[in-house]
Design a protein around this ligand. Sequence first.
Ligand code: FAD
Length: 175
Amino acid sequence: MRSTAVADLEVTPLHMRKALGRFASGVTIVTTAECEDEASVHGMTANAFTSVSLDPPLVLVSIANRARMNERIRETGRYGVSILAGDQEPLSLHFAGAAHQPDLVRFVWRKGVPLLEGALVHLACTVVDSHPAGDHTLHVGRVERLWYDDGHPLVFYTGTFRSLELQGRDDPWGF
Ligand code: FAD
């Protein structure tokens, strides 16, 4: 049992970051391209990704207004989401601009969308709505095609990466 009380804090950007960093998430690379040409691909690391609706199939990514990705998604009208596996932390650092490891980057093309080789899930999405929300923009995407594999996901929690080891396959929810 935790011994410390939950602190009542002012809502500042730092405290928002610390509080919301305690919501464990997976890690994705969001990608987009003008055409099926590697030279036109842009990618970035994002964990502000969520499923929105199953029917119709919708997801959303929240992209900082200052990120180059924002303008690129507006131009192309589509994006790919690669949900990373536990051994792909170096890729997430590369696409966050925190490390330079271009040799690790391998794209596969699906429905004209670039996705990262070795990821657990690939989604190819068309943008159906973009909502300004404070210093970010929410890009809602309709999933046109998807692919998935079993494996251990990369997890981001309080600013650090972990690989989630799955214990058995007890799955009462049908995942
Ligand atoms: P840049 O900073 O120019 O590009 C990002 C990096 O990707 C650069 O190093 C670039 O060399 C490389 N890159 C881009 N395209 C290619 C290519 N075709 N081939 C090889 N390398 C390429 N920000 C958000 O807005 N939303 C989030 O949800 C979010 N979640 C994050 C989660 C984590 C775990 C981390 C570490 C960061 C997150 N960020 C998020 C921050 C975001 O990833 C960085 O701010 C990123 O640098 C913004 O990318 P950019 O579009 O401005 O492009």
